[in-house]
Design a protein around this ligand. Structure first.
Ligand SMILES: [Zn+2]
Length: 1013
């Protein structure tokens, strides 16, 4: 037979585009349209409904950036349409390619009840089915003129990302505003032809099925009268029944589809807009659930449920009902889909505490999956946290975005630093915005790496990012793909149903050990430094507030601020969302985040101050008490307690060197700062060991050009290292010897920026403190601080949640080489047997480690560089401009234990309070440094029990005691939600009023301690 395949395929495309799709709405009449533009921020629904409208016509411009317009459409269903299905078509000026990234609307009835959301892929509102004819139509649309930030030419700097700079030029023109007859038969024909045409394109040309589909499509097109599509659509459909009824082959891949909208809690829109995005999408999805009996929808992020509950109670009522029916499925168990690289141990734990508790309290639902489709990499500490939250599965597709290496599995066990294994699935469809296109379904089946031993994968289906959710077209396609020859099969299934099946069919899956590193978006560890500092400051202040408030409650009977701490935690957790903490949102988001963090800091300082004063007693007592919130004692002050300050006797000095620069000494370290203000030498006095590599100088600031190929705020591309400027020019270099400390101050200027650094030695501390103040006015540059160390090692440790993990210092494999920018929490540590160095930081997360071998002596120089600042121009054109302060420290001769201790200490400085008490005993005290207390708080159930979280921090075995300063009635191991839990693997016993613990490497234990009497 002659090969006419391409001819028929081209015919299908043209007839669908030009004749069949337009016939879905064969008749229409225009609606009358009126508009009212709210003067500023969004107004309450009642106000928007009541405001007077002025007429506006199709084609007219509307909508200043970030504005809200209330649009009213009115019309009458023609009498001639009696018996037909009638819909309103409301096109606000949509670009069909940008659902979620453009203007949007929420449709209300005159009484204020929401109907559904409008977006570029969802422009219809059902008016009558069947129509009686003569119905009056009156609908209101709360229309948000959100500007396009990510345009066809992506990543161009724009001032549209903040209402303060966006101007007021209208962004859209009203397009179609009609009442129209909806011809369902034609619409079904479109669905048939799209499914079969898309499947056909994926099938092998030498296979019979492809040709069977081609001939069936041809017969259907022959049956269509192009001048009477509506009259012939049914006949055309009947030509397709046979090929649509052919069942899938037994070995077909099985896709569990779940309706979804991955809504970014803030990104190219501010937080307040996400509240409305969630309401629009949720209104749509509850409506779709009513229309489609097989359909299931899932939504993650407890925060988004809480928003609708607070701001759109009428939508929330629909959600509650659908959740109760088991069809609207809360997914995951976190407050938001957070970043996982940077949140502290406690914050990562609280994401699950608050997320799971919300679902339990609101719906009585406990999920067992962590749902993080879009998060930029996963730490080795996360598996244990997931398990301690009472969950056991993880879903993400993000690792498919890695630039270099293809991950070897889609379904596997992921093992964390402590040995916890989590059953993990990466949907092979490689998107969280599946739209049921044939190409996506075929890609999932082909791409699935576990074929032969497993058969199931999951497909989150619906428009995401900016919202929208699943469409009726996607549901119609899924119905046709349920059991169709040549295709993977598709069923609507809940995440838990998928995981149960996937786990059952794959009893011995492969294992991946350690972090799930995303080989992309590495610069999110650095961009928007103030947001990152606000997060870390809040985490530290929350630790202090919980500790001192709990101590004050148990000691003095002070009220414990349950509600305030709950609210503050939730605010901090929200800002750990995977586009806020990573620094990838518009300027508006980061400007607001900075203000929010400042307000939280003031509030937490107030709580801490009041609790400490209550513990210290009246200020008139005249005694200065030092409070130590760190988990290790310092200067005779116990961990978690307070004591009268002790003045350290040892002397510190700064001596000028004849060749320029200064020498700092404190009896523990001797530090040479040369005439360029760089650290030429750091010798540990006890061992005589030099820290700085020969021929190198430490604390060298280096400036790189930094213009990645894409995703400016997210990415740093490897070639940034090809060009570097060492900042060695000195404006001034001075030294100062003060009480208990000696320091050198160096000022430099470069480009349009200035930097002042102070290097300090303190009495009794084996540590060089480095305070950096940068007035940063560069464009597309990357600022690093380099520490070339005389250390020969193949790997180094970086702190993560509840422990640390190792990464190579070399680039042997493509996997090693891809980790050229990585995350640390408070320290990185390198050692040779018997001697090591730590670099510690308050809030710098990005770093790199490289090695070279010296010609002169054959020794190895291992260089650690902290990533201080970047200056990308998208999506915030002024990212990181202005003043920044950082604190880092170099700790020579450090063990891992020293690194852990100094890491906590640098972020939790001692506080001095004048009172009458001599001492505040810690509520709990560990008798070994390896047992680190990560939280001390009162139980969330307000029982008055004390909750203490402890982990083994060194990577070894820890056996020790927790002593309480109150009579102890019992200690119960709990999960993170503070529920008694038998999953704790360590030994926990109570003997003589103390808790005896034996923990494995990095093991985490939550204890509920009951006080006696
Ligand atoms: Zn996202």
């Amino acid at each position: 037979m002659h090969d006419d395949r391409t001819l028929v395929e081209a015919r299908l495309k043209r007839v669908l585009d030009e004749r069949i799709r337009p016939a879905v709405y064969p008749e229409s009449v225009p609606l009358a349209v009126g508009i009212w533009t709210a003067p500023g921020e969004p107004v309450p629904v009642a106000e928007g409904l009541a405001a007077p409208r002025t007429p506006i016509a199709v084609g007219d411009p509307w909508g200043a950036p970030w504005g809200t317009s209330w649009i009213t459409v009115t019309g009458t269903v023609p009498e001639a349409w009696a018996g037909r299905t009638v819909e309103a078509l409301i096109d606000l000026g949509f670009d069909a390619n940008m659902p979620g990234f453009q203007c949007e609307g929420l449709v209300y009835r005159p009484d204020g009840t929401p109907v559904k959301g409008l977006n570029p892929q969802n422009q219809w509102v059902r008016v009558a089915a069947p129509a009686a004819g003569g119905e009056q139509v009156l609908l209101h649309v709360e229309a948000a003129s959100n500007p396009v930030i990510l345009d066809y030419h992506p990543f161009l700097p724009t001032e549209l990302g903040d209402k303060e700079t966006a101007g007021d030029r209208p962004q859209y023109r009203l397009a179609r505003m009609d009442l129209a007859v909806f011809d369902e038969t034609v619409w079904q024909l479109v669905m048939d032809l799209e499914v079969l045409g898309e499947l056909m394109a994926e099938l092998p040309v030498d296979g019979a099925r492809r040709w069977e589909l081609l001939r069936a499509v041809e017969r259907a097109l022959d049956a269509v009268d192009l001048q009477d599509v509506n009259g012939t659509a049914a006949a055309a459909r009947s030509q397709l029944e046979g090929v649509l009824a052919a069942p899938a082959v037994p070995s077909a891949h099985r896709i569990s589809a779940i309706g979804h909208a991955h809504i970014d809690s803030a990104w190219l829109w501010p937080l307040r807009e996400t509240v409305r995005k969630v309401a629009r999408t949720t209104a749509n999805m509850t409506a779709l659930l009513e229309d489609e009996p097989d359909f299931l929808y899932t939504m993650s992020q407890a925060q988004q449920f809480a928003w609708i509950k607070e701001h759109r109670p009428e939508v929330y009522a629909r959600v509650r009902k659908a959740v109760a029916e088991g069809r609207f499925v809360p997914a995951g168990g976190m407050w938001v889909e957070s970043d996982t690289n940077m949140p502290s141990s406690e914050a990562m734990a609280r994401q699950f505490v608050h997320g799971k508790r919300f679902f339990l309290d609101e719906f009585g639902v406990e999920n067992h999956e962590a749902w993080l489709p879009d998060t930029f990499g996963f730490t080795g500490g996360l598996p244990q946290i997931i398990r301690n939250a009472g969950s056991r599965w993880l879903l993400t597709q993000k690792i498919s975005w890695s630039q270099v290496n293809r991950f070897p599995h889609h379904t596997f066990l992921w093992e964390g630093i402590d040995g916890t294994r989590i059953f993990t699935h990466f949907p092979p469809v490689d998107t969280y915005n599946c739209s049921m296109k044939g190409s996506e379904i075929a890609h999932a089946a082909r791409n699935f790496k576990d074929k032969g031993v497993a058969r199931h994968s999951l497909a989150p289906t619906g428009w995401g990012d900016g919202g929208g959710g699943t469409t009726r077209e996607m549901v119609a396609k899924a119905a046709r793909l349920k059991d169709l020859e040549g295709s993977a099969t598709v069923r609507w299934e809940k995440p838990a149903e998928f995981f149960a099946k996937a786990e059952a069919e794959y009893p011995d899956p492969p294992v991946w050990v350690g972090e799930l590193y995303l080989e992309l978006h590495r610069a999110t560890l650095t961009s928007q430094a103030r947001t990152k500092q606000g997060n870390r400051r809040s985490e530290n202040l929350l630790r202090e507030a919980e500790l001192w408030c709990a101590t004050a409650t148990l000691r003095t009977g002070a009220e414990y601020p349950y509600e305030q701490l709950d609210r503050i935690w939730k605010t901090v957790l929200l800002h750990q969302f995977h586009d806020i903490l990573p620094g990838s949102s518009i300027a508006w988001v980061h400007r607001e985040a900075e203000a929010t963090y400042a307000a939280l800091a003031a509030e937490l300082e107030g709580l801490i101050g009041a609790a400490q004063q209550a513990l210290a007693g009246p200020a008139g007592g005249g005694r200065e008490l030092v409070f130590n919130a760190a988990p290790h004692p310092r200067s005779a002050v116990p961990a978690g307690g307070a004591a009268v300050a002790v003045v350290h006797g040892a002397a510190c000095e700064a001596v000028e060197r004849p060749e320029g620069g200064f020498t700092l000494r404190n009896g523990l370290l001797e530090v040479v700062v040369d005439a360029d203000g760089l650290i030429a030498s750091v010798v540990e006095v006890a061992s005589g060991r030099e820290t700085v590599a020969p021929g190198s100088r430490a604390n060298l600031l280096q400036l790189h050009p930094d213009f990645p190929n894409m995703w400016d705020a997210w990415d740093v591309d490897r070639f940034y290292r090809n060009t570097v400027t060492d900042l060695t020019g000195v404006d001034s270099l001075t030294a100062e010897t003060g009480t208990g400390q000696a320091s050198v101050r160096v000022a430099r200027s470069f480009g349009s920026s200035t930097v002042v650094q102070t290097l300090t030695l303190r009495a009794g501390e084996q540590r060089v403190d480095i305070d950096t103040e940068v007035d940063w006015h560069e464009t597309e540059k990357f600022l690093k601080a380099a520490f070339p160390l005389d250390i020969h090692t193949e790997r180094y440790a970086a702190e993560t949640q509840f422990g640390h993990l190792y990464r190579p210092t070399h680039t042997n494999t493509s996997w090693d080489a891809a980790k050229f920018e990585a995350c640390n929490h408070r320290f990185v540590h390198l050692d040779e047997p018997g001697w090591g160095v730590a670099l510690v930081t308050v809030s710098t997360y990005g770093h790199d480690v490289t090695r070279t071998v010296r010609d002169a002596d054959g020794g190895t120089t291992t260089t650690v560089r902290f990533s201080l600042l970047r200056a990308p121009r998208f999506p915030d054109p002024k990212t990181d401009q202005g003043l920044h302060r950082f604190r880092h420290a170099l700790v020579p001769g450090a063990t891992i234990g020293d690194a852990v201790r100094e890491g906590y200490r640098i972020g939790l400085p001692e506080r001095r309070v004048t009172g009458s008490a001599e001492r505040v005993a810690p509520l709990v005290e560990a008798d070994t440094d390896a047992l680190v207390v990560s939280a001390v708080k009162l139980a969330d159930d307000r029982s008055g029990d004390l909750v203490v979280r402890v982990y083994e921090a060194g990577g070894g075995r820890a056996r020790g005691r927790l002593t309480t300063s109150f009579p102890l009635a019992g200690a119960v191991p709990c999960d993170l939600l503070e529920r008694p839990w038998d999953g704790t693997r360590g030994e926990v016993t109570v003997e003589d009023g103390t808790v005896c613990l034996a923990l494995r490497p990095f093991e985490l234990v939550t204890l509920r301690l009951r006080t006696a009497g």
